[in-house]
Design a binder for this molecule. Structure first.
Ligand code: NAI
Length: 429
C-alpha cells in the first residue's frame, strides 16, 4: 500500500477530493517555517524560460535583476517580459498601476556583480554543463554566503554543479515548466548537501509565486521528465510500428491530455530532448529508441521554432500534417524491419498510460519522490494530465491490479521484459 494511510478514505471519496488532498500533501507545512525572506531575485539567462520566470517573479512582488550575455540579448529578454506583462494586463490579471510597478522592479544588468545583493539567483542559461559550470565560477566570485543559487536545469546532474560552488550547500534545483508564468508546477530538487533552510526557502518562494512545489530527489530528468521520456519512448515506438503522427496526438488529446505528445515536442523543440538523450549512451536493446525524433532533428525539423517538426506549420503558425515527416519515419521503420500494424485509439492510450504508471512506480521505489500522490500532482500541474482522471497513479489504483497485470503481460509479450520489466502492482491496491 503506497498511497499513505490517510489517503484511503480520500481515494474512496472521488477524484476531486483526492486531487485537493494530494496537492496539499506535497510539502510538510512545518518545513516552510524554517525559510528566510527573499526580496531580490537574480535571473541569469533571459531566453524562453528566464523571461517567463522573471515575469512571474515580478507579478508576485519580487524585485528582479536580469542578466544576459550581452546588451542585445538582454533587450530581447526585456521585450519578452514586457509582452508577458502586457498580455496579463489585457486579460485583466493585473492593473495599469501594477504594470508600471512591475516594469520598475525589473533591473536589466550585464555585470554579475550587480547580483551581489540578491537573496536568490536562478540560472536559466543553456542546458550545457560546461556553460553552467563557468557561470557558477562567476557566481562564486560575486554572491554572498547566504545567497541561494537555483538551477532550472531539465536533466543535468545538480550534485556535479554544487561541487563547483565554494559552498555546495547553497545550490538547489528549481525546475519550472514551460511556459513558467502559466504552468503551476515547480520541482524542487535538493542536492546531497542542500540545507533545510535553503530547501524551506525555495518552497516558500514557489508558494509565493502561487505555484505548487513538489520535492524530488535528483536523477536524470528528475520525476516529470523521466516519466515523460518513458511515455515518449512508447509514442515514438508506435510511430515506427505504423501509427501516424496525427493519430497518436488525437488519441491522447481525445482521451483528455491537454496536448498531443508530438505537438508538445514541436513546441518545446525536438532538439532539446535529442541533445539530452545523446549526452548519455543510448539503450542497446532498443534500436528504435527515439529514432523518429532523431530523424526530425537530423533533417532540420526542430519543431515550431523553425517552422517544421513532426508537423509543418503554415504562415499562420497552424500545424498541418507533414508528408516528409511521415515518410522519414516510414523509411526508418522499413530499414529497422519493424512489422507494421493498425492501431486503435484505446490501444495507443493504454500503452502510453502503462509507460507512465510503471515509470511512476519505479520513481517511488527508488525514493525519487516521497509520496506516490506527488507523481499525480506533477502530471496534473506540469504536463496537462486531465484533472478528472486524477493523475496516472490514481488512475492505476482505480484500474486495479488484475487489469494492470493483464496489460503488462500483453506488452511483455509484444516487446519483451527488457522494455516492460515485471512490476508489483499489488502495492497500489
Ligand atoms: P534558451 O536558449 O531559450 O535561453 C537561454 C539563454 O541563456 C539565452 O538567451 C542565452 O543567451 C543565455 N545565456 C547563456 N549563457 C549565459 C551566461 N553565461 N550568462 C547569461 N546568460 C546566458 O533556453 P531555455 O529554453 O530558456 O532553457 C534554459 C534552461 O531552462 C535550460 O537549462 C533548460 O534545460 C531549462 N528548461 C527549459 C524548458 C523548456 O521547455 N525550454 C523547461 C524547463 C527547463
Amino acid at each position: 500500500m503506497i498511497f499513505p494511510d490517510d489517503s484511503k478514505s480520500v481515494l474512496q471519496q472521488g477524484v476531486q477530493d483526492y486531487v485537493a488532498w494530494a496537492e496539499d500533501k506535497t510539502v510538510d507545512i512545518s518545513l516552510t517555517e524554517k525559510s528566510v525572506p527573499v526580496v531580490s531575485v537574480g535571473i541569469v539567462g533571459a531566453g524562453n524560460m528566464g523571461s517567463s520566470i522573471a515575469a512571474i517573479f515580478l507579478m508576485s512582488g519580487f524585485s528582479v535583476f536580469l542578466v544576459e550575455q550581452n546588451q542585445l540579448l538582454l533587450e530581447k529578454g526585456v521585450t519578452r517580459i514586457h509582452s508577458i506583462l502586457r498580455s496579463a494586463l489585457l486579460r485583466g490579471r493585473i492593473s495599469e498601476g501594477e504594470l508600471t510597478e512591475y516594469q520598475l522592479s525589473l533591473h536589466s544588468v550585464t555585470d554579475y556583480l550587480e547580483l551581489s545583493s540578491c537573496e536568490l539567483i536562478i540560472e536559466a542559461i543553456f542546458e550545457d554543463i560546461d556553460v553552467k559550470i563557468a557561470l557558477f565560477n562567476e557566481l562564486n566570485r560575486v554572491c554572498n554566503e547566504h545567497c541561494i543559487i537555483a538551477t532550472n536545469t531539465s536533466y543535468l546532474d545538480i550534485n556535479v554543479m554544487a561541487e563547483v560552488l565554494s559552498l555546495p550547500q547553497q545550490l538547489i534545483g528549481m525546475h519550472f515548466f514551460n511556459p513558467a508564468h502559466i504552468m503551476k508546477l515547480v520541482e524542487v530538487i535538493p542536492t546531497e548537501s542542500t540545507t533545510e533552510t535553503i530547501l524551506a526557502t525555495a518552497i516558500s518562494v514557489v508558494r509565493r509565486l502561487n505555484k505548487t512545489p513538489v520535492i524530488v530527489n535528483s536523477c536524470f530528468g528528475f520525476a516529470g521528465n523521466r516519466m515523460y521520456t518513458r511515455y515518449g519512448r512508447e509514442i515514438q515506438q508506435m510511430l515506427l510500428e505504423g501509427a501516424s503522427i496525427e493519430q497518436l496526438d488525437i488519441a491522447m488529446t481525445d482521451w483528455g491530455m491537454a496536448m498531443g505528445p508530438l505537438a508538445v515536442q514541436d513546441l518545446s523543440g525536438i532538439d532539446v530532448g535529442y541533445k539530452a538523450r545523446n549526452s548519455r549512451p543510448l539503450p542497446r536493446h532498443d534500436p528504435g529508441y527515439f529514432r523518429a525524433a532523431a530523424l526530425m532533428v537530423e533533417n532540420g525539423r526542430l519543431g515550431r521554432k523553425n517552422g517544421k517538426g513532426f508537423y509543418d506549420y503554415n504562415l499562420k503558425g497552424k500545424p498541418v500534417p507533414s508528408p516528409e515527416a511521415e515518410r522519414l519515419i516510414h523509411d526508418e521503420a522499413l530499414a529497422l524491419e519493424i512489422p507494421q500494424k493498425i492501431f486503435s485509439s484505446p490501444e495507443i492510450v493504454e500503452r502510453a498510460l502503462m509507460a507512465l504508471i510503471t515509470e511512476g512506480l519505479n520513481l517511488y521505489q527508488e525514493g525519487i519522490v516521497q509520496r506516490i500522490s506527488d507523481i499525480d500532482v506533477i502530471w496534473l500541474k506540469g504536463y496537462g494530465f486531465p484533472v478528472d482522471k486524477g493523475g496516472p497513479m490514481y488512475l492505476a489504483s482505480q484500474m486495479g491490479e488484475k487489469k494492470l497485470i493483464s496489460l503488462l503481460n500483453q506488452l511483455q509479450y509484444q516487446a519483451g521484459e527488457n522494455i516492460w520489466p515485471y512490476q508489483d502492482f499489488n502495492i497500489l491496491a
